[in-house]
Write a protein of this length. Sequence first.
Length: 121
Amino acid sequence: MGVTVSQVKVSPRRGGLTVAALSLLLSVVALWWGFEFLGQFLVIFGFIVLALSFERTVIAGDYGVRVRKKGATFEVEVFRDKRRVWRGNVSDYAEFGDFAFDVRGRRVAVVYRGEEVGLLP
């Protein structure tokens, strides 16, 4: 039948910055105490979590939308069954299938079948 708008959800990214900061702080402590491997692992882990904390996704049935800020534009990717089906840079407005993307200030409004489902990132 398809996906209703009530089945659309925005994935939370709360706590990403906290985990990244904690990991980087623990890496300094580990390096200070001489645990180089653990310290390097925590540095890498912290930067990965930090990078992932700046992107969010909208999930609608089999579809997923990921938005990242790239300079003056936003990089938008649409996934279906975890495979990318569309990718584009949005500076004002763009459409793909049932999705529409509208830049509002420093965020992108994701519209699914005529109804706004979330502001990303």
